[in-house]
Write a protein that binds this ligand. Structure first.
Ligand code: BG6
Length: 485
C-alpha cells in the first residue's frame, strides 16, 4: 500500500515564457525573457556565460531591435497559447490533479505601469483555468517566473526600484480579484534565490551597467521579499483562506568529506544558497547570519521603514522548491566541477549525471524534504523535478524514455520515504510535463516532458504532440496513487 495521502496532488509544471509563445499576440507587452538569445553555434561554456547568467547592454540593445523568433526561442515556446486545449486533454487523460503554470505579467499589464489591465490577457487565463477545473485539475499559479515587462526595466531599473514593487503589488491584486476563484495555490515568485545565481532572470539587471553587482542583486532581493510579503498580505485579505507559497531552487549540499572544514562549508552553502531565502519568507525575518554574509559579499542594502514589520507579519502558508540534483561542499579547489541547475558545483563520485551533467540523486530529495520540514514545520510541495534528456522520436512515433521513468520512479520512491519520515508533503508538479524550451540553455532538445513536442532548437518541426513511454508510466503512478511504480 502506498503511503501517499489519498488526496496527494500529482501534477505537472511549465512556465509561460518557455511554453506560451505568441509573444506579440493578445496585446501582450515585450517581456524580459523575450530578449534572451540562442545561437546553436555557441560552445557550452559560452552558453553558460552568455545565455544563462548575465545580460549585457549590447545584447539588450540587439534584442530590443530584433524582430525574429528564430534566435529568440522564448518568443515561440511550444505555442501553448494556441494549443492549451489539446494539451490539457492530454494532462486530463494522464489523470493529472494539479497544473502549475505561470502568468505572464506582460499579458496582464503590457508595460507594467499601464493605467488598466489588458482584458485579453485576463480572458486568456480565465479560459485556461476554467478548463482546468472543468477537467478536475487544480491550478497552481506562479505569479512571476522570471519575466517582467521590459518597460519596467527601461523606465525604472527593474527590481532595483521600489516602483517595480508597487506595480507588482497592483498586478497581484488584479490577479486575486480577477482569477481568485480559479486558482487553488499561489506562488508569488519562482525560485526567489535565482536572483543571486542568474541575475538577469532573477533581478532583470544588466551587468555592465552595475558598478556594484552584488549590492544591486541583494537590493533587488530585498525588494522581492517586500513584494512577496505584499502578495501574501493582499491574497489573504482579498481571498480569505487562500494558500500562498514561497519557493526556492534547492541546492542540496553534502560535506565532501568528514573534515570539519567541509562540514562547515556545507552549512554555509545551505544557509547562503537556500535557507537565507526561506528563512525570510517563512520565519518572517532576516536570519542571524545575514550580517556576516553581507559583509563577505560587500553588500549594504537599503530598507524602508515598515519593511521588516511587513515581512514579519506576512509569511507564506507553505514552502515549495525545485529539486534536480545535489552538490558537494568543500573549500578544496581540486574537485572536478560539473554543471547543475543555475550553478555548477563539485562532483560527487557516488552519483551518475544527466546528459547535461546534473547529478542524479533521488535520496537527496528525501534528505532535503526532511531538512525543509524539520526547519519550518510548514507543508511542502515539490514544484519542479525531472530530467532533461535528448529524446528520440522513433519511426513508430514513440519515445522510449526508460531513463526518465527510472529517474521519476526513484524520486517518487524517495518522496514516499519522506512522507513515512513524517514530512507533510502534499504535492508534486513534475517539471516540464510537456517538452518546452529549456530555461538555462534555450534548447528545445533538452527535453523534460512525458509528452514529446515535435520541434527542434531552431523552432522547425510540426509542433505535434506524442506520448512518450513515461506518459503511460506517470498515468499508472497517478492512478495507483504511487503504488504501482
Ligand atoms: C528551474 C526553472 O530552475 O529549472 C525552470 O524554474 C527550468 O524554468 C528548470 O526550466 C530546468 O532548467 P533548464 O535549464 O534545464 O530548463
Amino acid at each position: 500500500m502506498s503511503r501517499f495521502p489519498k488526496d496527494f496532488l500529482w501534477g505537472g509544471a511549465i512556465a509561460a515564457s518557455q511554453a506560451d509563445g505568441a509573444w506579440q499576440d493578445g496585446n501582450k507587452g515585450l517581456d524580459t525573457q523575450d530578449l534572451r538569445y540562442f545561437d546553436a553555434a555557441w560552445e557550452n561554456e559560452m552558453r553558460q556565460e552568455n545565455r544563462n547568467i548575465n545580460m549585457t547592454a549590447q545584447r539588450f540593445t540587439n534584442a530590443m531591435q530584433a524582430e525574429n523568433t528564430e534566435m529568440y526561442p522564448f518568443r515561440r515556446g511550444i505555442d501553448f497559447y494556441y494549443t492549451w486545449k489539446e494539451d490539457l486533454k492530454l494532462f486530463h487523460e494522464m489523470g493529472m490533479k494539479l497544473f502549475r503554470t505561470s502568468i505572464n505579467w506582460a499579458r496582464i499589464y503590457p508595460n507594467g505601469d499601464d493605467p488598466k489591465p489588458n482584458e485579453q490577457g485576463i480572458q486568456f487565463y480565465k479560459a485556461l483555468f476554467t478548463e482546468c477545473h472543468r477537467l478536475g485539475i487544480k491550478v497552481f499559479a506562479t505569479i512571476l517566473h522570471y519575466n517582467i515587462p521590459v518597460h519596467l526595466v527601461t523606465e525604472y531599473g527593474g527590481w532595483k526600484s521600489r516602483e517595480t514593487v508597487k506595480y507588482y503589488e497592483r498586478y497581484c491584486i488584479t490577479l486575486f480579484e480577477e482569477l481568485g476563484d480559479l486558482v487553488d495555490y499561489w506562488l508569488p515568485f519562482n525560485e526567489i534565490n535565482c536572483s543571486r545565481f542568474n541575475p538577469w532572470n532573477g533581478c532583470c539587471l544588466i551587468k555592465d551597467q552595475e558598478a556594484e553587482y552584488n549590492h544591486a542583486i541583494f537590493q533587488c532581493t530585498h525588494h522581492q521579499f517586500v513584494a512577496n510579503a505584499l502578495a501574501v498580505k493582499a491574497a489573504h485579505k482579498i481571498l480569505p483562506g487562500s494558500k500562498v507559497g514561497g519557493m526556492i531552487a534547492r541546492f542540496t549540499s553534502y560535506p565532501a568529506t568528514c573534515k570539519p572544514d567541509d562540514v562547515m562549508q556545507s552549512i554555509l552553502d545551505e544557509n547562503y544558497k537556500n535557507y537565507f531565502y526561506t528563512d525570510v519568507m517563512a520565519r518572517g525575518k532576516y536570519p542571524s547570519y545575514t550580517e556576516r554574509m553581507f559583509e563577505e559579499l560587500g553588500v549594504d542594502i537599503e530598507k524602508e521603514s515598515g519593511d521588516i514589520e511587513l515581512i514579519s507579519e506576512n509569511t507564506v502558508d507553505f514552502l515549495a522548491y525545485s529539486y534536480y540534483m545535489s552538490m558537494l561542499s568543500s573549500n578544496d579547489p581540486n574537485y572536478e566541477i560539473t554543471s547543475g541547475n543555475l550553478l555548477s558545483g563539485k562532483k560527487n563520485p557516488y552519483l551518475k549525471s544527466s546528459d547535461w551533467g546534473w547529478q542524479i540523486d533521488p535520496i537527496g530529495l528525501r534528505i532535503s524534504l526532511n531538512q525543509m520540514y524539520d526547519r519550518y514545520q510548514l507543508p511542502v510541495m515539490i514544484a519542479e523535478n525531472g530530467i532533461g534528456a535528448k529524446d528520440i522520436l522513433e519511426a513508430d512515433k514513440g519515445v522510449h524514455d526508460d531513463y526518465r521513468i527510472e529517474y521519476l520512479r526513484e524520486h517518487v520512491r524517495q518522496m514516499e520515504e519522506a512522507i513515512a519520515d513524517g514530512v507533510d508533503l502534499f504535492g508534486y508538479t513534475m517539471w516540464g510535463i510537456i517538452d518546452i524550451v529549456s530555461c538555462g540553455t534555450l534548447e528545445m532538445s533538452k527535453r523534460y516532458g512525458v509528452i514529446y513536442v515535435d520541434r527542434d532548437d531552431a523552432g522547425h518541426g510540426s509542433n505535434q504532440r506524442y506520448k512518450k513511454d513515461s506518459f503511460h508510466w506517470y498515468k499508472k503512478c497517478i492512478a495507483t496513487n504511487g503504488d504501482d511504480l
